[in-house]
Design a protein around this ligand. Structure first.
Ligand code: GCB
Length: 624
């Protein structure tokens, strides 16, 4: 078993961020820590590479490989460090079948599917190029930090391969100290959006393709020895614990100081691996973070002449019997599910702060919510930081959705690495309280073993938060009566049970039957309804007997909420979903046209009747 775990861990570290052969080797660590995190990069000297990039489609992947498995032809290699027009002007036999400098432009970050009509359903490789000027620090180091590239990235700087990454929703950092030029630089990124049976997720989902460089890219400067990451958390025993990780030749034996908003100061010394453990009593005046009072402290970490800053909230989260306790007090999660998709008729999954704020404001103030399920993959850092600032508890998940290749250790390796990248990214966010290990995956022995390994991985990497999964429910007869039950051995690994239920939308149940449906769930565990929902086209109205009307959706909500009220262990709700979202699965020509219509709001922000039903329910709940 230990051997298998070690093999998996090695696979996991190898699966996701791979520096090019020429770059320094990455230590494969059992804690699945990516080689570099640079989590506090916004507080560092850095250059935002957002803006206009040129691009070139490459459906047959000619820039990566030639026919017959040969090396790509040089006339196809989009990442070459040359000016095609200048070469052409020389005449002669050489010619090119691309020109990144004279190619069409696209605004980055943003998915290509929204940028150009001809790329609407393009699923494959696209090359992007951005030129920029750099002024490297003498004796310092430089890194590229990508917040997300969907789904695979091949990164080249000035014609040299810097590294690769797999996974569409997590950040990765590649060192470019050697390849970066003082002056003009040419950054080329091949982005492959295609998914297969061994990717996470597979090609079959219920959301849009959104290929591209979907989140910001930064060039980050750091001293030769620097603070890569610092994490702090409040424990139930009243102590603040955490770690500071230094990188570089002088990382060992360094004095580290952590200042928590001027309230408390911790000092420690790094060990041989550049790591310092922090453990101090929480200061008496420390205000606990909560949705009602989302207090964040300015935290400043200093070591080896380097300083990073972060804004961190302190709270505890625990389960006791069937209660969820925030700062020791029972809490009911008044939430909603959300896809990473901004309001508007043609979203590009470009989650600017303004776009994220518009969505979260509807949850916090429109619905009177205190919780959001960020489905079905890690959302942008912007969204999670905003949840911290605005006071919304967060459920976070990676896209182990429906079915993945359960029997394949390499796929499990990818899942564990994605989880690790998410946890290392977000472990300072007080808002995040739940890590989910899957969504609606059909029960089988290999699937349960896969999720079990994921749950163990989360427990090891972050024992301070709760573990859940959005499970399927079964309907069966008990004494002639229809009973909804969870029949899933995975429950043994979870702190909070969560189920998706669509009675009244999928299936034959009349709405009036919903409040009478019987539930059989463990009495000693908290339960969340992680999804329920019904489609409605905003503005389509009649007597409410027809599906897709606003009235039907509103009545579905009334009846489902009445059903939920009867489940004694119910501790939270995240109905499906705040806003209509794009999905090629949904092709009804009158009601859907490529949109899943289960939003409480249309894609442009028009509220449907059911929005008011849930808002009223949450307003009452908040007062209880
Ligand atoms: C689900 C899935 C979600 C779908 C939703 C639906 O159970 O978890 O991704 O979009 O149902 O609309 O059917």
């Amino acid at each position: 078993m230990k051997k298998l775990l070690t093999a998996l861990l090695l696979l996991a570290t190898a699966a996701v961020a791979i520096p090019a052969a020429a770059a320094p080797a990455v230590p494969t660590s059992p804690d699945l820590r990516p080689a570099f995190l640079l989590t506090a990069s916004p507080s560092r000297d850095s250059q935002d590479l957002s803006g206009q990039w040129t691009f070139s489609k490459d459906l047959y992947r000619t820039g990566l490989n030639d026919i017959n498995g040969w090396v790509a032809k040089s006339r196809m290699q989009r990442y070459r460090d040359l000016d095609v027009a200048t070469e052409e002007a020389k005449g002669g036999a050489t010619f090119f079948e691309f020109d990144m400098d004279r190619g069409a432009q696209m605004s980055i970050p943003g998915a290509w599917n929204a940028a150009k009509p001809e790329l609407r359903y393009y699923d494959g490789l696209v090359w992007f190029q951005r030129k920029f000027r750099a002024k490297p620090l003498a004796g310092g180091r430089a890194f590229l930090r990508f917040e997300a590239v969907n789904y695979r990235a091949y990164v080249y700087l000035n014609g040299k391969e810097i590294g690769r990454h797999e996974g569409g929703f997590t950040p990765f950092v590649l060192e470019v100290t050697e390849a970066l030029r003082d002056g003009d630089n040419r950054l080329t990124v091949g982005v492959d959006s295609s998914h297969d049976a061994q990717t996470i997720p597979t090609p079959i989902t219920d959301w849009d393709l959104y290929g591209g460089i979907t989140r910001p890219v930064r060039l980050v400067y750091a001293p030769a020895t620097f603070i890569d990451d610092a994490a702090l958390t409040l424990k139930e025993n009243g102590r603040i614990t955490g770690e500071v990780q230094l990188q570089g030749a002088r990382a060992a034996n360094q004095a580290v100081t952590v200042d928590i908003g001027g309230l408390a100061k911790a000092t420690a010394t790094t060990d041989a691996n550049g790591r310092a453990a922090i453990d101090i009593a929480a200061p008496a005046k420390l205000q606990r973070w909560s949705p009602d009072s989302p207090k964040l402290y300015d935290v400043r970490v200093t070591a080896a002449g380097d300083t990073i800053r972060d804004r961190i909230g302190f709270r505890t989260i625990a389960v006791k019997g069937s209660q969820i306790l925030l700062n020791g007090k029972p809490i009911f999660l008044r939430g909603i599910s959300l896809h990473e998709e901004e309001f508007g008729p043609n979203p590009a999954r470009n989650m600017t702060e303004q776009a994220a704020r518009a969505l979260l404001t509807e949850i916090k103030h429109g619905l009177h919510g205190n919780y959001v399920r960020l489905s079905h993959y890690p959302h942008s850092e912007t969204t999670v930081r905003l949840a911290d600032e605005m006071g919304l508890l967060v459920w976070s998940e990676i896209p182990v959705y429906w079915t993945v290749d359960w029997d394949n250790p390499a796929v499990l390796g990818k899942a564990l690495a994605m989880q690790a990248e998410t946890i290392y990214r977000d472990r300072n966010r007080a808002a995040v309280v739940l890590w989910s290990v899957g969504n609606e995956t059909p029960v089988s022995a290999p699937r349960t073993a896969f999720h079990g390994a994921m749950a163990d991985n989360v427990r090891r990497l972050d024992p301070t938060r709760l573990i859940s999964a959005a499970l399927l429910v079964e309907r069966h007869k008990v004494d002639g009566e229809d009973v909804t039950a969870i029949q899933d051995p995975l429950v043994d690994k979870l702190d909070v049970l969560a189920v998706n239920t669509y009675a009244g939308w999928y299936g034959d149940d009349p709405l009036d039957a919903l409040p009478g449906l019987k539930w059989q769930v463990p009495a000693d565990r908290p339960l969340i309804l992680s999804e329920f929902g019904a489609d409605a086209l905003a503005g389509y109205r009649n007597d409410g007997k027809r599906k897709f009307t606003e009235e039907y959706q509103a009545e579905y909500y009334r009846k489902t909420l009445a059903m939920a009220e009867k489940i004694p262990t119910l501790r939270g709700l995240s109905p499906w979903i705040l806003k209509d979202f794009q999905s090629p699965r949904r092709e009804h020509p009158v009601f859907q046209n490529g949109w899943n219509r289960k939003g409480l709001m249309s894609e442009t922000g028009v509220k449907k009747e059911a929005f008011g039903v849930l808002a009223d329910y949450y307003a009452t709940r908040a007062g209880r």
